[in-house]
Design a protein around this ligand. Structure first.
Ligand code: A2R
Length: 318
């Protein structure tokens, strides 16, 4: 079988490709954005295509040439705060790219299974009584990113319904792991600890709101769930992907501090505080568990250790 993974140079794309290489015998096509750096994957098993997925003709050409049996669409503008400044660019990178894939699949008459990667952000403004969030929770996105994900999500349903395409949708909650951009909280903490240990940051570790509770899952467990649901999920259906457990940012920070090689002081940074933060978000992954038997395997402490070791290696390659 041949799998096409968009966003191959991204955080999740890289982990998914490594999972497919290690655990399956799939032939893999990875698409990389023109400006994304090259990823080192074994050339005999991963064919890389450089293209801008916003270009409809280029997408159609790649799909018609490779004729994949499965497509996982991970290319995106993935960072919520950027979407406030660049709402239209966010829509183009998230929605237009996906429309081009759907249209390319139709025009090449492919019978491919497609995984649409929506987001837990689609639930947006939630009330405490909504928790844990199941798939029937009303969609009340509060950021342009969230609206772009609702659009991807509903287009997935609509193309399945209108064209009988094999489309399965996932709504992942916070996923973390080695290789993530430092704009995300666990990566930011780990990078600062690695910098302090290396004597390259003299300020305390800066942090935002520590009270927020979120549903964190290791990205390596997330990609395993994606592969399971692509193969065993029902076309047209949508599945939450998360641990079903809420953990506070304070708890995460405390684990990191216990992993540091030296005592580290911390300080709140008012610029990192978001007053409108939702206090607690946790998902109900029962539908995913029922469909696939999936459950997360990697303990939080291991994930945080791996993130910290990754930053130590990135900052001090020797
Ligand atoms: O913007 P870059 O140079 O970092 O490239 C990103 C790429 N990408 C595109 N590729 C082709 N054509 C485009 N028009 C285009 N726009 C963006 O998608 C990047 O290499 C990749 C996304 O990777 P990350 O930003 O690391 O996202 P992550 O965490 O892997 O998220 C995967 C999915 C997304 O749908 C998120 O919204 C969701 O999971 O949470």
């Amino acid at each position: 079988m041949r799998v096409l993974v968009t966003g191959a140079a991204g955080f999740v794309g890289g982990h998914l490709i490594r999972y497919l290489l290690d655990e399956t015998d799939q032939e893999i096509i990875g698409t990389i954005y023109r400006r994304s750096p090259e990823r080192s994957f074994p050339a005999n098993r991963v064919h890389l295509e450089r293209l801008d997925l916003r270009e409809e003709a280029a997408v159609a050409e790649v799909l018609a040439r490779w004729r994949p049996d499965a497509i996982v669409h991970l290319a995106a503008q993935s960072f919520v705060p950027i979407s406030w400044e660049h709402p239209w660019a966010t829509f183009e990178q998230n929605v237009l790219t996906q429309i081009n894939i759907f249209r390319g699949v139709l025009s090449a008459r492919l019978d491919a299974k497609i995984l649409v990667v929506s987001s837990g952000e689609v639930y947006g403004v939630i009330n405490p009584e909504d928790l844990p969030l199941d798939e029937d929770t009303p969609l009340r996105p509060y950021s342009p990113y969230g609206v772009s994900k609702v659009t991807q999500d509903l287009l997935g349903w609509q193309y399945h319904r209108s064209h009988d395409m094999h489309i399965v949708r996932v709504r992942p909650f916070n996923h973390i792991g080695p290789g993530q951009n430092e704009v995300f909280v666990t990566s930011s903490f780990a990078k600062q600890i690695a910098l302090i240990e290396a004597g390259r940051q003299i300020t305390p570790l800066m942090h935002g709101n520590l009270d927020a509770e979120r549903d964190f899952t290791d990205v390596r467990d997330i990609v395993r769930a994606y592969w399971a649901i692509l193969n065993r999920g029902a076309p047209g259906e949508v599945y939450n992907v998360g641990s079903g457990r809420a953990v506070s940012i304070a708890h995460i920070l405390n684990i990191f501090l216990s992993l540091a090689r030296q005592p580290i002081t911390t300080q709140a940074d008012p610029t990192l505080m978001r007053p409108s933060d939702i206090p607690k978000i946790v998902c109900d992954p029962a539908k995913l568990l029922q469909a696939t038997g999936w459950s997360p395997r990697i303990p939080l402490e291991q994930t945080l250790q791996d993130i910290l070791d990754d930053w130590r290696a990135r900052l001090n390659p020797a």
